[in-house]
Write a protein that binds this ligand. Structure first.
Ligand code: HEM
Length: 519
C-alpha cells in the first residue's frame, strides 16, 4: 500500500527521491489545530503542497506536463464562463417566501395558493433586459422580475416584468426586438438608436410599452422600488375545473421610487451595480423587501365581451372593470451564498407550472413556453433542473436518463420506459381538464398588425402623465434618446406620437429643436 507521503508526491508529479523530505516535513509539522482548516487539494482530492508552486526542470527551467495541479487549475479556469442569458443577462437574486393572505379557492386549485398563512419558499431574480452581463443597473430598460416557487406540487416560475404590458404581441418578433433593442449593429458592433426606433416605428402596437419605458418608471431607483406584473393573461382553474383568465400584479410595499434621466446616467458611471448593491445590502441589514400580490380576473364570457383581446400583451385590463383582488405577500429575506450557483445558474420558464395554473393562448406566451428551457439546455446543459437552485422539492421522471452533467443517482435500476412489469415503476395523475382546450380552426399565417385601436390606451396613458405631472419628464426622456437618430427617423417618431395626440409631437418637436440649438 502507498504511504500518504508517496501519494502526495505522485499527485504533484515529483520524483519521491527529490522532494520526499520536504513533503514529509510539511505534513509532520502541521499542528493539530491546522487540521481543522480544509486541506487544499486538486479537483480529484489529492493534497497539494503549495498552490503557488509549479513543477519545473530546475527552478527557472521549463514547466513539466506532469504538473497535474497546474493543468487541473488552468483547464478549469479556461471553462469558467458559461454563455450569458441571450436577454436579461445582468441580474441579482434573493431567496424568500410567499405567504397566502386571502382565500382564492374559487379561482385556483393550486396547492401553494390555498390555505391562509401557507408559506412557500421561493427564489427571485431581478434583471435588466437589454444590457450585457457587465452593464449598468440603472439603464433605461424594462426590468425582469422572475420568481421560482418550490411548491409541494413542483416548481412553478412566474417570469414577470415591471410593466403590465410589453412591446410585441407576435411571439415571432422577439428575436427582432432583442436584435434591435439589445444587440449591436452587425458591422460596427455599436448600439444604434436608428434601428432601436426603426423596429418600434414599424410595429406601432409597441408604443404603449415604449411610453412606459420612457417615463421615469423606465429607470426605477432600485429593484425594491418597482412593481412586477405577469403582463400576460394566464388561466387559473379551480377545483371544479372552472377557469378564469388572470393577470398577476405584485405591488411593492416599499413604494414606487424612480430615477430621472440624468440621475440614471450618473449612476451608470458612478455605481453600475447600484440596484444589486441596494438589494444585497438591504437584506443583509435585515430590511426585507416585500410585495403584495393581487390578481385581476375575467370569466370566459367577460373576455368575449371585452373591447380588447385578453391575448394582446400590449393592453392593460382597466382596474375599474376588473378590480385588483389580494392573494398573498412575497418577502425576500436571504441573500444567495454564491452568486454563480444560485443566480447565474437559476433557470426560469413560463412553461414550469403546477396543477391549476395554465398558459393562455397569448401568442407571445406560447412562443415563450418553448424558448426558456431550450436556451437553458444550451446555457446550462440538459440536466439543468438538477442544479440545486432549480431542483423541485420532489420530482420523479425516470424516462429522462443520462446526459452531460448528471448529478444524481440517475434513477439507479428503475426501468427507463413506462414498464408494465411488476413492481410498476410509475403511476400517472389521472386528472384531466379539457376546459377551453377545444380549438377548431384552419392553420393560418397571421401577423397581428397595428390598427387605430392600438392608440387608445396610449392616449389614456398620456392623459395620466399630464394629470400626474409626468409629461415633461416623458418628452425629455424620449427626445434625449431620439436626438441621436437620423432626421427621417425623428420625423417618423413625431408622426407616430401625433397619432396618439398631436400635442405630444408638438412638445417633442419643440424639445428636439431646443436640444439641437444647444449642441
Ligand atoms: C416571445 C417572447 C419572448 C421570448 C422568446 C423570450 C425569451 C427569453 C430568453 C431566451 C431568456 C433567457 C432565459 C435564460 O437564459 O435562462 C429570457 C429571459 C427573461 N424573460 Fe423573456 N422572452 C420573451 C418575452 C418575455 C416577456 C413578455 C416577459 C415578461 C412578461 C419576459 C420576461 C423575462 C425575464 C424576467 C427573463 C429573465 C429570467 C431570469 O431572471 O433568468 N420575457 N427571455
Amino acid at each position: 500500500m502507498r504511504s500518504r507521503t508517496s501519494y502526495i508526491t505522485d499527485c504533484l508529479g515529483i520524483a519521491p527521491s527529490s522532494s520526499s523530505f520536504s513533503i514529509r516535513k510539511s505534513i509532520t509539522t502541521m499542528s493539530p489545530a491546522n487540521y481543522s482548516v480544509p486541506l487544499y487539494t486538486t479537483s480529484n482530492g489529492c493534497p497539494v503542497r503549495d498552490p503557488n508552486a509549479m513543477l519545473k526542470m530546475g527552478k527557472f527551467g521549463p514547466t513539466l506536463l506532469q504538473d497535474h495541479h497546474l493543468i487541473d487549475l488552468i483547464a478549469h479556469f479556461d471553462r469558467e464562463r458559461i454563455p450569458e442569458r441571450v436577454a436579461h443577462a445582468k441580474g441579482s437574486g434573493a431567496h424568500g417566501y410567499l405567504e397566502v393572505t386571502d382565500d382564492v379557492s374559487d379561482i385556483v386549485s393550486a396547492d401553494f395558493l390555498n390555505g391562509i398563512g401557507k408559506k412557500t419558499p421561493l427564489f427571485l431574480r431581478f434583471s435588466t433586459v437589454g444590457g450585457e452581463k457587465g452593464t449598468a443597473d440603472s439603464a433605461r430598460d424594462p426590468r425582469g422580475f422572475a420568481i421560482k416557487f418550490y411548491t409541494q406540487e413542483g416548481v412553478i416560475d412566474w417570469v414577470n416584468i415591471n410593466s403590465p404590458i410589453f412591446f410585441i404581441r407576435n411571439g415571432v418578433q422577439f428575436p427582432y426586438l432583442v436584435h434591435t433593442q439589445k444587440a449591436r449593429d452587425p458591422k460596427t458592433n455599436l448600439k444604434d438608436p436608428n434601428m432601436f426606433w426603426d423596429f418600434l416605428l414599424n410595429n406601432p402596437e409597441s408604443v404603449h410599452n415604449t411610453m412606459f419605458v420612457f417615463s421615469d418608471r423606465g429607470t426605477p431607483f432600485s429593484y425594491r422600488h418597482m412593481h412586477g406584473y405577469s403582463a400576460h393573461t394566464y388561466k387559473w382553474v379551480n377545483k371544479e375545473g372552472k377557469f378564469h383568465y388572470v393577470q398577476v400584479h405584485l405591488l411593492t410595499d416599499q413604494g414606487i421610487k424612480n430615477l430621472n434621466n440624468e440621475e440614471a446616467h450618473a449612476l451608470e458611471a458612478d455605481d453600475p451595480d447600484h440596484a444589486g448593491r441596494d438589494l444585497y445590502e438591504s437584506i443583509e441589514g435585515g430590511e426585507y423587501p416585500s410585495w403584495t400580490i393581487y390578481i385581476q380576473t375575467m370569466t370566459a364570457e367577460q373576455a368575449e365581451q371585452a373591447d380588447f383581446s385578453v391575448f394582446d400583451l400590449t393592453k392593460t385590463w382597466p382596474q375599474k372593470e376588473y378590480p385588483l383582488r389580494r392573494v398573498a405577500k412575497l418577502v425576500l429575506d436571504r441573500n444567495p451564498e454564491n452568486y454563480f450557483a444560485e443566480v447565474e445558474q437559476s433557470a426560469f420558464s413560463p412553461a414550469n407550472t403546477v396543477p391549476g395554473i395554465e398558459p393562455s393562448a397569448d401568442p407571445v406566451l406560447q412562443a415563450r413556453l418553448f424558448s426558456y428551457a431550450d436556451t437553458q439546455r444550451y446555457r446550462l446543459g440538459p440536466n439543468f433542473n438538477q442544479l440545486p437552485v432549480n431542483r423541485p422539492l420532489q420530482a420523479y421522471c425516470p424516462f429522462q436518463r443520462d446526459g452531460p452533467g448528471r448529478t444524481d443517482g440517475n434513477y439507479g435500476a428503475v426501468p427507463n420506459y413506462p414498464s408494465s412489469f411488476e413492481p410498476l415503476n410509475y403511476r400517472a395523475d389521472a386528472s384531466n381538464n379539457e376546459a377551453h382546450e377545444k380549438w377548431v380552426g384552419e392553420a393560418t399565417s397571421f401577423h397581428w398588425g397595428a390598427t387605430e385601436k392600438d392608440y387608445e390606451q396610449p392616449r389614456i396613458f398620456w392623459e395620466l402623465f399630464k394629470n400626474t405631472g409626468q409629461q415633461d419628464a416623458f418628452i425629455h426622456n424620449v427626445t434625449e434618446n431620439v436626438k441621436a437618430t437620423r432626421p427621417d427617423v425623428q420625423k417618423r417618431v413625431l408622426e407616430l406620437f401625433s397619432k396618439i395626440n398631436p400635442e405630444i409631437s408638438e412638445l417633442m418637436s419643440h424639445s428636439l429643436e431646443t436640444k439641437a440649438k444647444r449642441t
